[in-house]
Design a protein around this ligand. Structure first.
Ligand SMILES: [Zn+2]
Length: 270
C-alpha cells in the first residue's frame, strides 16, 4: 500500500490515544487472508461491483451497531425499516437473556501500552454474572478472526495501567460475539434469502424442490446468536483467550514487519 507521507500512514492505520499513536486492531488483522473474499470477487464480476456491495454492507452494519448500542443504553431511537428486523431481534434477545451493558463502555477506545495497538470495543457487558468484551457482528457466521480481535481487546483491558485508566469495575474475563442478521424464508421450500449491501443471496437452494421452486418469501426476520468465545462454565480458564491472543500477536508482528518503513519514519519503535 502506498502512502502520501507519515500523516497519511498514521491516518489510515490507526489513531492517537493520550497523545500516542497506535495502529488499529482491525487494520492489523487485515494481514490475515480471507479466503471467502476470492469467491466473493469472482461472483461479483468486477472490482467496482464488489466495492459497491462491500461499502453498502458496511454502512448497514454500522447502522445496526448504532441502533443496538443506543437501545442497550436505554435511548430512544428511530429504527430505519431496512435494519428493523435485526434491531428488534437484538432488543428482544437482550431483554430476555439478562445481558447488562455498561453505558460508559460502549463504543469505547481501548489501547495496549505493552503491545502498542489500539481499538474500539462495541461494548463491555455482564452476562450470566461474567464480565467481558462483547462484539457485535452482522454476518452469517462466527469466524476465527473474531476471536483474535476480541482477544486483542481483552489483552489490552487486562493490562494494569489500562484497567486503571479506564476505571474498569471488574477484571475482564470473557469474550462474546453477538451475531445479528436478517433473512427471508421461502414458504414453499427450505431456501433462505439474505439481502446485504443490495446483493441478494439465496441459501439452501440446492434441493430438487428448491431448484424448481418459484419461492414465496416471508417478510425479513431477525436472527440473533450469542456466541461464547471462552468456556462458559469454567472460571479462570484462559486457554481460548491465550490461543487467540497469540494469533493476534503473530498478526501484529507480521503487520509491523510489512509496515516497518513507515513505522520507522514516525518513531513507532522508539
Ligand atoms: Zn422456495
Amino acid at each position: 500500500m502506498q502512502y502520501e507521507g507519515p500523516d497519511d500512514f498514521k491516518e489510515q492505520n490507526g489513531y492517537e490515544v493520550n497523545g500516542t499513536w497506535y495502529p488499529r486492531v482491525t487494520r492489523i488483522l487485515d494481514v490475515i487472508p480471507k479466503p471467502a473474499l476470492k469467491y466473493f470477487f469472482r461472483e461479483m464480476g468486477s472490482q467496482e461491483a464488489a466495492d459497491k456491495v462491500t461499502k453498502k454492507s458496511a454502512e448497514e452494519g454500522t447502522l445496526v451497531h448504532e441502533m443496538c448500542q443506543s437501545l442497550a443504553v436505554g435511548e430512544n431511537v428511530h429504527v430505519p425499516e431496512s435494519v428493523a428486523p435485526s434491531v428488534f431481534a437484538f432488543y428482544d434477545f437482550y431483554k430476555k437473556n439478562n445481558i447488562h451493558f455498561h453505558p460508559e463502555f460502549i463504543e469505547k477506545t481501548i489501547w495496549s501500552v505493552e503491545h502498542k495497538y489500539a481499538g474500539t470495543i462495541d461494548a463491555l457487558a455482564e452476562i450470566d454474572g461474567k464480565f467481558g468484551v462483547l462484539d457485535i457482528k452482522t454476518s452469517t457466521g462466527v469466524f476465527d478472526t473474531y476471536g483474535y480481535q476480541t482477544a486483542a481487546y481483552m489483552q489490552a483491558l487486562v493490562e494494569e495501567s489500562v484497567h486503571k485508566a479506564l476505571a474498569l469495575p471488574r477484571q475482564v474475563e470473557k469474550r462474546w460475539i453477538l451475531r445479528i442478521d436478517q433473512h427471508r424464508l421461502c414458504r414453499l421450500c427450505s431456501a433462505r434469502l439474505r439481502e446485504k449491501g443490495g446483493r441478494k443471496k439465496i441459501r439452501n437452494a440446492y434441493s430438487q424442490k428448491a431448484k424448481v421452486c418459484d419461492h414465496s418469501w416471508t417478510e425479513p426476520m431477525g436472527e440473533v446468536q450469542l456466541h461464547w468465545l471462552d468456556s462458559k462454565n469454567v472460571d479462570n480458564n484462559y486457554y481460548e483467550y491465550l490461543r487467540d491472543a497469540n494469533q493476534f500477536n503473530d498478526a501484529k508482528a507480521k503487520w509491523t514487519h510489512q509496515n516497518r518503513y513507515w513505522l520507522e519514519q514516525i518513531g513507532y519503535f522508539s
